[in-house]
Design a protein around this ligand. Structure first.
Ligand SMILES: Cc1cc2nc3c(=O)[nH]c(=O)nc-3n(C[C@H](O)[C@H](O)[C@H](O)COP(=O)(O)OP(=O)(O)OC[C@H]3O[C@@H](n4cnc5c(N)ncnc54)[C@H](O)[C@@H]3O)c2cc1C
Length: 372
């Protein structure tokens, strides 16, 4: 089949890779003049590392395998530890943390992408897109993998863009060695001031991020003239290694949290969506890239088959994914992990939470639900 994919992010690239391997003709159109490698790093749960194996995207040389996910109080006291090796043993695939740049470069390898090609308007019933340069491209299937501000979603559903959750992330990498840089621990420290996350991403990098409640026009929104000073004032009294990391900040990215309502089906006729265009969610459950890979995996299977039943298979793909993607999206939308939960976290036994989290990872993955 001829498949037109709009957008060369995680969803579009993973989908194109799977479809090419299955023998389809695939065209990927990306508005940016080159692969967009910006951003921090992302955690990939066992369903995603399994999907990367199927896509023959060898991640063994990038990022860092994680063994624990820990909740600390803002003074640095350990409150709770989730053993991520339990999920690795249960599902046979590890949890790894990789730079977004490395993930998209791995996925893009061997995928022909037309850069500088923005889809301006889309005719869903005809699987057709008009590009900014005036060309019209048409497939047997058209997939909008064009992210949160999706032109394809707009054509399908009109103006139902994602809404702000009320929280934002400021993030970056530090290369100054800390006690966590060479560890295999993901740490989340929560306090009244917000949340600080710290995860090693390999190559001597430690991803740090600060989540704070902020809205347009308030301090620590993206146009704040001095976010570094405000982060230092707010989090400077926290436990090690936060003050040292705040000292190293020279550059930082702003990432407002958005959420979508996820409908039961999100396509029409031969046109569908994948990734953030279908289900943007705040990053607090670390699921955005994972849900994009899940979409790509299931959609590759839906496209393969008799052309006569294609539209029905696309709707079945959407239903199956909507049901599963809503689970992390609902929790992420509450921003629960950003909120101070010290008494609760300290009371919960590590083993119980590890069992819950291991089961949750399966419930958030069509791949794992099918395979295990
Ligand atoms: C530059 C960038 C940095 C990011 N950094 C982080 C981060 O640090 N941490 C994190 O958790 N998540 C980050 N994300 C989001 C994360 O990658 C996504 O949540 C997740 O991977 C889902 O990916 P996606 O492919 O659905 O969407 P995206 O990654 O947003 O990719 C969509 C792609 O479609 C392209 N596109 C958009 N509109 C059009 C159009 N009309 N025509 C053609 N192409 C179009 C975009 O340029 C983009 O390359 C980032 C995304 C981007 C694009």
């Amino acid at each position: 089949m001829r498949v037109v994919v709009i957008g060369a992010g995680v969803a579009g690239l993973a989908l194109a890779r799977g479809l090419l391997a299955a023998g389809h003709d695939v065209e990927v159109y990306e508005e940016s003049p080159e692969l967009r490698t910006a951003g921090g790093s992302v955690s990939l749960w066992p369903g995603s590392t399994a999907i990367l194996d199927e896509l023959k995207a060898d991640y063994s040389g990038v990022g860092r395998r994680l063994e624990t996910m820990e909740s600390w109080a803002s003074d640095g006291r350990m409150l709770l530890t989730v053993d991520l090796t339990a999920a690795e043993r249960r599902y046979g695939h590890p949890v790894v943390h990789v730079a977004r740049s490395e993930l998209v470069e791995l996925l893009a390898d061997g995928v022909p992408v037309t850069y500088g090609a923005r889809a301006e308007s889309v005719s869903p019933e005809r699987a057709e897109a008009r590009l900014a340069d005036g060309r019209t491209v048409r497939g047997d299937v058209l997939v909008g993998a064009d992210g949160r501000r999706s032109a394809v979603r707009q054509a399908l559903w009109g103006d139902d863009s994602a809404t702000l959750s009320g929280w934002v992330t400021w993030q970056g990498f530090t290369l100054r060695p800390t006690r966590l840089t060479e560890a295999r621990r993901a740490v989340m420290m929560a306090g009244r001031e917000g949340l600080c996350g710290l995860i090693p991403a390999g190559e001597g990098r430690l991803l740090w991020w600060f989540d704070v409640a902020a809205a347009p026009g308030t301090p620590l929104w993206g146009d704040d003239p001095d976010p570094v000073a405000k982060l230092r004032a707010r989090f400077g009294g926290w436990g090690d290694p936060v003050p040292g990391i705040l000292d190293t900040i020279t550059e930082l990215d702003f990432f407002p949290h958005h959420k979508h309502a996820i409908p039961d089906v999100w396509g029409k006729g031969p046109t569908t969506l994948a990734g953030d265009s279908a289900h943007t969610m705040p990053p607090t459950m670390a699921q955005g890239a994972n849900q994009a890979l899940e979409d790509a995996w299931l959609l590759t299977r839906a496209i393969d088959g008799d052309p006569a039943g294609l539209a029905a298979r696309l709707r079945a793909y959407e239903r199956a994914r909507a049901k599963v993607a809503r689970r992390p999206a609902r929790i992420a939308a509450t921003e629960a992990t950003d909120k101070l939960q010290r008494p609760l976290a300290a009371l919960l036994p590590d083993g119980l939470v590890t069992r819950w989290y291991t089961a949750f990872l399966r419930r958030a993955s069509n791949y794992l639900l099918t395979a295990s």
